[in-house]
Design a protein around this ligand. Structure first.
Ligand SMILES: [Zn+2]
Length: 233
């Protein structure tokens, strides 16, 4: 797990330019944005020695600011470990922006313990699928794989209030953050997100499709797509 922060509050919560209670400190504290990488691996979680440097969990990055509901970027297996940071004294509330619906980006959802509690609220924003993916809105798409026979527990069986909506076309708001999405190249409809909040910006995007030997299936799909596109001109 890795963490970046725009304002290192350090031991005793002392900010570099002030102390708790100072107006300046409070302003800087409000502008703190922690970016934590709970999972950065693609395709499948791994545990062998060679992956230990960056961890073996699949995609999940979390943006957090003091006193503000977190924004989760993808719900891969790293989401389970973000769940362990929740103290359970208050019900969880947050939003997950999902880049695409491949397993490695969503399989952490049923293992995210905060949403297994009454009163928890999670809004999932994910792309509707393209024609090849059945042309489904995000809610229908997630319900196709989260439930029997693929998984013993369905979305509705999770105790928290979980809503799923398709990513809007234009910019939209998540709390006081402004979110912009754009399509990025991958197999199936995939979005990158830019989050602007409190004068800061974070971009979350895939730079490449899965194009290594281990991901031959995706390479073949990309080649097929390219062929179809070329033959339609
Ligand atoms: Zn993918």
């Amino acid at each position: 797990m890795g963490r970046l922060s725009t304002c290192d509050t350090g031991v005793g919560d002392r900010c570099a330019r002030g102390f708790p209670g100072d107006q300046q400190h409070e302003a800087r504290r409000a502008a703190t944005l922690n970016v934590t990488f709970y999972g950065v691996r693609g395709s499948t979680p791994s545990c062998e020695k060679g992956v230990q440097r960056y961890g073996g969990n699949t995609s999940c990055v979390v943006l957090e600011r003091p006193g503000v509901a977190p924004i989760i970027l993808d719900m891969g297996t790293g989401l389970r470990f973000f769940g362990r940071t929740h103290d359970h004294t208050t019900p969880f509330a947050g939003t997950a922006l999902v880049s695409h619906l491949h397993w490695d980006h969503v399989q952490g959802l049923p293992f995210f313990s905060p949403v297994l509690a009454e009163g928890a609220r999670l809004e999932i924003v994910a792309p509707a699928t393209d024609h090849e993916g059945g042309g489904l809105d995000a809610d229908s798409a997630i319900r196709t794989f989260l439930g029997p026979p693929f998984f013993p527990v369905s979305l509705d069986a999770l105790r928290g209030d979980i809503t799923v909506r398709s990513t809007p076309e234009g910019p939209f708001s998540v709390g006081d953050a402004r979110v912009t999405s754009a399509e990025v190249p991958h197999c199936g409809r995939t979005l990158g997100y830019r989050i602007d909040v409190a004068g800061m910006s974070v971009s979350y995007t895939h730079l490449r499709a899965h194009e290594t030997h281990e991901h031959l299936v995706c390479r073949l799909l990309l080649a097929k797509k390219k062929q179809t596109r070329n033959s339609s001109y």
